[in-house]
Structures are given as structure tokens and as C-alpha cells.
Ligand binder design. Structure first.
Ligand SMILES: CC(C)(COP(=O)(O)OP(=O)(O)OC[C@H]1O[C@@H](n2cnc3c(N)ncnc32)[C@H](O)[C@@H]1OP(=O)(O)O)[C@@H](O)C(=O)NCCC(=O)NCCS
Length: 183
């Protein structure tokens, strides 16, 4: 496993025009459960988890780990972004020989879809990443059937590296770099 290197976590909250990216708090717990229990959110992510199981399994303050940003609108969580998870060497899809690339992940509550919030929040998170890890690429893997995710990846400036089969579905694997023309 690749070390993250020096990173101050959590960073100060990141403000965008409409949103705040911050670490998770106890009052986000219900929104985390909504996110994990949602069929729509997990349509391309292996399916939701039963709500009763989540009620007992989700910790008092969920999602407190480096790289997990809660995205908040008027204080309330509408989604999460993960950005410091490292892509294991055993997985398909890499852009450097030593693997361990930073991987972007995003999940937003369905009522927040279709308003550009995911794009606004992910662009800010990538901007933070570029300032913290200059020149490091970020990778992203999403099912080709996940149209919303595919169009978000393109909007953020990810470019296709390869496609492959994993988890019984075709996956799109792309890369983003602050050095790239659209990064
Ligand atoms: C993937 C996901 C985050 C995309 O959310 P999204 O809301 O579609 O993404 P965006 O923020 O880019 O918003 C785009 C939409 O907002 C609209 N929009 C409205 N106001 C906007 C504004 N001010 N700025 C930009 N777009 C705006 C766009 O027209 C577009 O609408 P459309 O979907 O009708 O074409 C969301 O579908 C999701 O959470 N899916 C489940 C989790 C998942 O599959 N994650 C993939 C893991 S890799």
C-alpha cells in the first residue's frame, strides 16, 4: 500500500458558490444512512444495504477518515466525495507502474441530482488535491452504463485510459491531472 505522504486532514472547510466541503459530523448520520440505503444511489454500485442493518452498523460519527468530504448545502449533507483512497495494485486500471493512484468517488442523494452540485463540489475537491499533491494524477472508475457518472467525469476533465470488465459490468477508467489542458 502506498503512503499518502504529508497531508493535513481535515483541511479547512472548502467553500464553493453554493456548497461547503467539510469533514463529517454526528448530525450527518441520518443522511449517510439514506445514502447507503438508496436503491437509486447504488444502482451501479452493487446495490443498497438494508436500512435496519445500517441503523445498527453505522457509527455515531460516520465517514471520519482522510479524504472523505461531506458536501453540505445550507449546512445539510447532500453527498460525499472520497479522494484519498489509493487504487490497489491487484485491481485493473492504472496510470503509473507502482499503482496506488488517488481515486475519486462520489455519491449524492437523489434529491440533489440534476442541479450541478456534484460537478461544483468535485471540481473544488480536485482543486484542493492539485494544491496538496502537485502534479499527481487522480483516477476514476465508473460503469459505462452509469450515464450521470459518465457525464460528470467528462465535465470534470477526466479522459479515458481504458475500459474493462469488473464486477460483471463494463467499467470506464479515466485519469485527471491538474497539468492536463482541461484539469
Ligand atoms: C453521479 C452523480 C454524482 C451525478 O450527479 P448529477 O447531479 O447528475 O451531476 P452534476 O452535478 O454534474 O449535475 C448535472 C445536471 O445538473 C444540471 N444543472 C442544473 N443546474 C446546474 C448548474 N447551476 N450548474 C451545472 N449543472 C446544472 C445539468 O444540466 C445536469 O442536468 P441533467 O442531468 O438533467 O443533464 C449522481 O448521479 C450520483 O450520486 N449517483 C449515484 C452514485 C454513483 O453512481 N457514483 C459513481 C461512483 S464512481
Amino acid at each position: 500500500m502506498t503512503e499518502l505522504g504529508p497531508v493535513v486532514w481535515p483541511p479547512s472547510s472548502i467553500r464553493t458558490e453554493r456548497l461547503v466541503l467539510r469533514q463529517s459530523e454526528a448530525w450527518d448520520r441520518a443522511a449517510f444512512i439514506e445514502l447507503f440505503a438508496s436503491e437509486e444511489v447504488h444502482a451501479y454500485l452493487g446495490g443498497p444495504r438494508p436500512r435496519e442493518e445500517l441503523e445498527s452498523a453505522v457509527p455515531e460519527v460516520p465517514g471520519r477518515r482522510p479524504g472523505l468530504f461531506v458536501v453540505a448545502l445550507n449546512g445539510a449533507m447532500i453527498g460525499t466525495i472520497t479522494l484519498l483512497d489509493r487504487r490497489g495494485a491487484e485491481r485493473p486500471g492504472h496510470v503509473r507502474p507502482e499503482a496506488g493512484e488517488a481515486e475519486l468517488g462520489y455519491m449524492f442523494l437523489p434529491e440533489a441530482w440534476g442541479r450541478g452540485y456534484a460537478a461544483e463540489a468535485c471540481a473544488a475537491a480536485l482543486d484542493w488535491f492539485a494544491g496538496t499533491f502537485p502534479g499527481e494524477p487522480v483516477v476514476l472508475c465508473t460503469q459505462t452504463g452509469n450515464n450521470r457518472s459518465m457525464s460528470l467525469a467528462a465535465k470534470l476533465g477526466f479522459t479515458e485510459v481504458q475500459r474493462f470488465e469488473e464486477w460483471g459490468a463494463e467499467q470506464w477508467f479515466g485519469v485527471w491531472s491538474s497539468d492536463a489542458p482541461f484539469g
